[in-house]
Design a protein. Structure first.
Length: 622
């Protein structure tokens, strides 16, 4: 949207302010939440600068308004028997009151924020027991606080249903394990985790404020939704579950509550244009299917809904407004898909489509279609990637040099770093910040210690951040600028939680081992190891040869080098031990946590071949 469209957009924002405030009951001061050791895991205290209505000059006016909308926190009544706590996490936790207790939808990212949200709900609605838990999809901010709302043993004893969509456990674990290290580092740029909270730093994430710290947990589901639609009654509440696989997540569903006249769109319908491939990285999402699911929600459930609420942002009330909102969201993703494919078939590349595609006014104007989270630019590139992959068809781009090799040549061709920077400064003064960021980054890669180049590149990225409507683009630009000026933060990142690795299927554990195998250390080594989990009877035959690890279900044919038996607890202990896999394995074998029949030293040798990934690798410099 052009800046001249501000009056219309901001008027729409004012209408959303009414919706975002509606039903407010209570909150806790600054939504300030600490863990058992007194460490802050979540707080809105640092976002008080957003209380002024007038946008700061360093923040896009639309994003300022959206950030203020996401600044509201506390317990809200959505409709009779439906409540949400918003602003206690990047996502929302929803409470559906049943006949004897309360059903929890999406228990946030970490146990501490989920526990605080449940406590706030109970303080105003009574100490109702949790009689059901629903995970709408396989992203951590929708299941990670499970142990903050219910104890697993208590859930088993009381037979509390924990419901999730088809494929939930597989996709939950695989997305967080196999590429978890690189996704975690890139997510720092998407969410701006290490940026200061102020008008020159992080103001929002688009879907919410920020990612909390704390304890990510997971209680495995007890009931999986396998059919396209399934109707279940939980604690007296009729719920129609509708699968939305391969949309916002590979495993996702939304729900209709016909008796309550309420529709929950999970994360396929929110108050922002979403991502078809987030900046942190993920499997590309299917925009055509995404639109189809919204159309099905509009056709099947909107006629009997008085409110639509989601697991991010705020609800929409009124049947006519619900229908309009769902039509606009449906057509947003379908328009992006169809027009991208049309232009792609004319021979335009992803970058060229991104520069030329514009939404019609009817789709560009609604607040919920603005690019506060996803953007037209990177969404259309994702659609091109979905159909065509990384190669744009130009043979000159088929085998290009990596930046560490090409950057010195670019700098030399441009007359050297001094001449390049002199021209770049003039372009910066003319406001050509995209070009300046691109060209000066060549100098950074050619001469990482060139302070002048680092500063000018940081200045250009900073200006791009200040102008961005998208919170994720702003965060990425500003964190890039910060790291150019101050270097990569010296922090230790852990990408997985104990609960997550304890439920790791052996196939995924071996997948994770395989992608960590340092091939140069495995040359000439051959072995067969049989891996078994006595908790579920799972057994896999792994073979190492040709510096490659392969595996098939079942026992090893013939005599294996070793047989390894490890249960859920041992899986978690092995992965979480800071001493590293070989030492952890030897300790667990000595303690009896892992049983080995055969040559245990060969397994230790295998584990020593696996790489430990460095979490804080360079991104904006070589």
């Amino acid at each position: 949207m052009n800046i001249t469209d501000l009056p219309t957009a901001l008027a729409d924002a004012d209408r959303n302010f009414q919706n975002a405030h509606r039903g407010f009951i209570a909150t806790i001061p600054d939504a300030h939440i600490v863990d058992g050791r007194g460490r802050v895991v979540w707080s809105m205290r640092d976002y008080q600068f957003l209380e002024q209505d007038e946008p700061a000059a360093t923040v896009h006016p639309h994003l300022w308004k959206h950030a203020r909308l996401n600044n509201l926190h506390g317990l809200f009544e959505v409709t009779e028997r439906v409540y949400q706590v918003r602003g206690f996490d990047v996502s929302n936790i929803s409470f559906i009151e049943g006949d004897t207790g309360v059903i929890v939808i999406d228990p946030l990212t970490v146990a501490e924020t989920a526990e605080a949200a449940l406590a706030l709900y109970r303080a105003h609605r009574g100490d109702r027991p949790v009689t059901g838990v629903i995970y709408t999809h396989s992203h951590a901010d929708h299941f990670g606080g499970a142990r903050g709302v219910i104890d697993e043993e208590d859930a088993i004893r009381r037979r509390v249903p924990i419901v999730a969509p088809q494929g939930f456990m597989w996709h939950t674990v695989s997305e967080n394990i196999l590429a978890g290290n690189v996704i975690g580092r890139r997510a720092m740029f998407q969410f701006g985790g290490s940026l200061p909270r102020n008008a020159c730093g992080q103001v929002d994430c688009g879907m919410g404020k920020a990612i909390p710290t704390g304890t990510m947990t997971l209680i495995p589901p007890t009931r999986s939704i396998e059919q396209e639609t399934e109707t279940h009654v939980i604690d007296g509440v009729e719920i129609i579950f509708h699968l939305a696989l391969e949309s916002e997540a590979p495993s996702e569903m939304f729900m209709h509550f016909p008796g309550l006249r309420a529709l929950n769109t999970a994360e396929i319908g929110t108050q922002s244009m979403h991502n078809l491939c987030p900046l942190r990285g993920a499997q590309v999402r299917d925009a055509r299917l995404w639109s189809r699911y919204l159309d099905e929600a509009l056709d099947r459930y909107a006629p009997t809904a008085d409110v639509v609420f989601a697991q991010h942002n705020w609800p929409t009330w009124g049947n006519e407004k619900i229908r309009g909102y769902l039509r606009q969201q449906r057509d947003l993703y379908k328009h992006l898909h169809d027009q991208t494919v049309r232009l792609m078939n004319r021979g335009l590349t992803g970058i060229e489509v991104a520069e030329s595609l514009r939404l019609p006014e009817s789709l560009a104007t609604p607040w919920a279609n603005h690019g506060f989270y996803g953007t037209i630019s990177h969404n259309v590139k994702s659609i091109v990637q979905h159909y065509l992959g990384w190669y744009d068809g130009n043979p000159a781009h088929l085998h290009t040099l990596p930046p560490e090799q090409s950057a010195p040549l670019y700098v030399e061709y441009m007359g050297g770093a001094k001449a390049l920077l002199e021209r770049a400064r003039k372009d910066f003064e003319r406001g050509e910040h995209r070009w300046v960021a691109e060209v000066t980054n060549h100098v950074v890669f050619a001469q990482p210690d060139n302070a002048e180049a680092r500063t000018l590149c940081a200045d250009a990225l900073e200006q791009l951040g200040y102008a961005a409507e998208s919170a994720t683009w702003r965060n990425a630009f500003l964190l890039g600028a910060q790291e150019l000026r101050h270097g990569v933060p010296k922090i230790r990142r852990r990408n997985v939680s104990r609960d997550l690795v304890s439920v790791l299927p052996l196939e995924l554990l071996l997948d994770y081992f395989a992608v960590r195998l340092q091939a140069e250390k495995a040359e000439g080594v051959e072995m067969q190891v049989e891996w078994a989990n006595p908790d579920n009877g799972e057994r896999w035959a792994m073979r190492l040869e040709n510096a490659t690890m392969t595996y098939l279900p079942g026992a090893v044919r013939g005599t294996p080098t070793a047989r390894v038996s490890l249960n859920r607890a041992a899986l978690a202990a092995l992965q979480m031990d800071s001493a590293g896999l070989p030492a952890a394995f030897e300790r667990l074998v000595a303690e009896g946590g892992i049983e080995v029949d055969g040559d245990a030293r060969s397994v230790v040798r295998l584990l020593a071949m696996l790489e430990d990934f460095e979490g804080m690798f360079n991104v904006v410099e070589p």
